[in-house]
Design a protein around this ligand. Structure first.
Ligand code: NAP
Length: 480
């Protein structure tokens, strides 16, 4: 909520940097954003919207490039979603915005450092760690998290060295969220479908040699509880060389799910079920790959073959139960199967990682906060610290969800600023400190140049871009 300049910010005449009121040209509101993904950019956009309080925003990211999951998470064949970066570029073009890539909070900069330069700090580091299944055999070779696979095919510098055994014919993807569908779709697409995307070059080559024939997408609950969206599951029916198949017995809704849908009709869920029903027995003539979309099944163990890697999976049939709170959950039956599978990706959600000195809820994998205001275990606000995005609320929603989320957190920041609850910085420009701690940092101008080079290289081969996947390659391209 915008604040009136005189009434709210004029209190701070004793600010150590300047004798002017806070939020003016002479004494701007200084904010550090940790994490340059959509959540960080939407917050920056909202800071700049406060016309009566002049903000200077420095954004830090441990990667050399900005845009977080838009670059390293959004599927390469979902090019349209990535056009949101134009909005981020516009925010970054504000002269009061700076980007410091390759600079890691907790490694190059500590909370105590930032307090000397900024009034407030905004943590938007996302949730990059995968959740585990906690079943025997989960750590066998050829059992991976979807997080790793997604980051690998998107050219994330920390994951480029991984390899996945795509000589296996049968792959299981555990979970039925949008990430699981992304993984299944990439595995089912032909090289012709992928070669017009910005998928990492090494991944394109590996996928071109893939021997995968069957991908099993496994939901522990029924079709009406699937977490994927309608658009994403429709795409599975439109693949060039792969059929998507469902089973009639798994498409018949159990009594609780049918009742829930009757009591709370939901057009999206109904449409999703329709699309899934159209896939019953639906094998496409000539298709060489099949995605088996299965429901009410859970893996209970992974087993090694002679080479020590996954070769089969124990699976149990589930049924739907209704708890006292009304939640429909899955519970195991006695029906068991053994499925031969040579590669497994678990895609059962992400969680965030704790940051040094910042209160964290281990059970939820998020920074401990109230509407974006970081709080201690006893509930007291941590002076000057705020959070937004997945590390605030958990891994939910689409990119745009981060916009209202940022507005909520920034409102708390404005309220606290007006109440004089903020750090009192004694230093004005962090640039020389960064140079001394991380000489190889990247600016937004560097990114725009990398973006230009990547796009130019892509244009020559009919692709949106050819990605740099290491900071060394990026430095070399910039002549640093
Ligand atoms: P998600 O939407 O939360 O889905 C997680 C899936 O894992 C659910 O099907 C969940 O089933 C299942 N699961 C959890 N624990 C399990 C277990 N122990 N055994 C078996 N299954 C288990 O998470 P996500 O797919 O990682 O996506 C994260 C967010 O990013 C979502 O908001 C998603 O929509 C978004 N995203 C969007 C796009 C897009 O718009 N194209 C693309 C990618 C991601 P239950 O429901 O039974 O718990």
């Amino acid at each position: 909520m915008p604040q009136s300049p005189n009434a709210t910010f004029g209190h701070n005449l004793s600010n150590p940097i300047s004798m002017s009121a806070l939020g003016t040209e002479q004494n701007p509101w200084r904010i550090a954003i940790i994490g340059a993904g959509p959540a960080g950019f939407y917050a920056a956009e909202h800071f700049f919207k406060q016309l009566d309080c002049i903000a200077h925003v420095d954004v830090f990211d441990r990667l050399p490039t900005p845009h977080g999951l838009v670059r390293s998470g959004v599927a390469p064949d979902h090019e349209k979603i990535k056009t949101v970066t134009r909005v981020f570029d516009k925010t970054a073009s504000n002269p009061r915005f700076r980007f410091f890539g390759n600079v890691e909070f907790g490694k190059h900069l500590q909370l105590a450092d930032l307090q000397k330069y900024y009034h407030q700090i905004y943590f938007s580091t996302g949730s990059l760690v995968d959740r585990k299944l906690d079943i025997p055999g989960e750590d066998l070779p050829r059992s991976h998290s979807a997080t790793e696979f997604v980051a690998w095919y998107n050219g994330h510098p920390d994951f480029r060295h991984l390899s996945f055994d795509l000589s296996q014919e049968r792959v299981a993807v555990v979970g039925v969220g949008n990430v699981a569908v992304d993984v299944a779709r990439i595995l089912c697409k032909t090289v012709d479908e992928l070669k017009t995307t910005d998928i990492a070059d090494y991944a394109l080559e590996a996928l071109a040699n893939s021997k995968v024939k069957d991908v099993i997408l496994m939901g522990r609950r029924g079709p009406s509880q699937a977490a994927f969206s309608l658009k994403e599951i429709k795409e599975m029916g439109e693949l060039e060389n792969a059929s998507s198949v469902t089973l009639p017995e798994e498409m018949a809704l159990d009594e609780y799910s049918a009742k829930a849908l009757e009591e709370n009709p939901d057009r999206m869920t109904e449409k999703t079920i329709e699309v899934l029903k159209e896939m019953i027995g639906g094998s496409k003539p000539g298709a060489s790959r099949t995605c088996h979309i299965r429901f009410l099944v859970s893996p209970t163990a992974l087993h090694p073959g002679e080479d020590g890697g996954v070769s089969s999976m124990s699976v149990v049939r589930n049924k739907i139960e209704r708890s006292a709170s009304g939640r429909l959950s899955s519970s195991m039956t006695d029906e068991k199967f053994e499925w031969p599978v040579g590669l497994v990706f678990r895609s059962v959600g992400y969680r965030g990682e704790a940051l040094p000195g910042i209160p964290f809820r281990e059970d939820w994998g998020v920074i401990r906060n109230e509407n974006g205001r970081v709080i201690s275990e006893s509930g007291d606000p941590l002076l000057g610290c705020y959070t937004g995005g997945w590390i605030k609320r958990g891994p939910s929603g689409v990119i745009g969800t981060n916009k209202p989320d940022a507005v909520e957190s920034v409102s708390c920041m404005l309220q606290d600023l007006a109440a004089g609850k903020h750090f009192s910085p004694t230093e004005s420009d962090i640039q020389s400190l960064i140079k001394s701690r991380q000489p190889a940092s990247f600016s937004y101008a560097d990114w725009l140049e990398l973006d230009r080079i990547e796009s130019e290289k892509g244009e020559a081969t009919g692709r949106p871009r050819i990605k740099f996947t290491s900071s060394e390659e990026m430095s070399a391209a910039l002549g640093k």
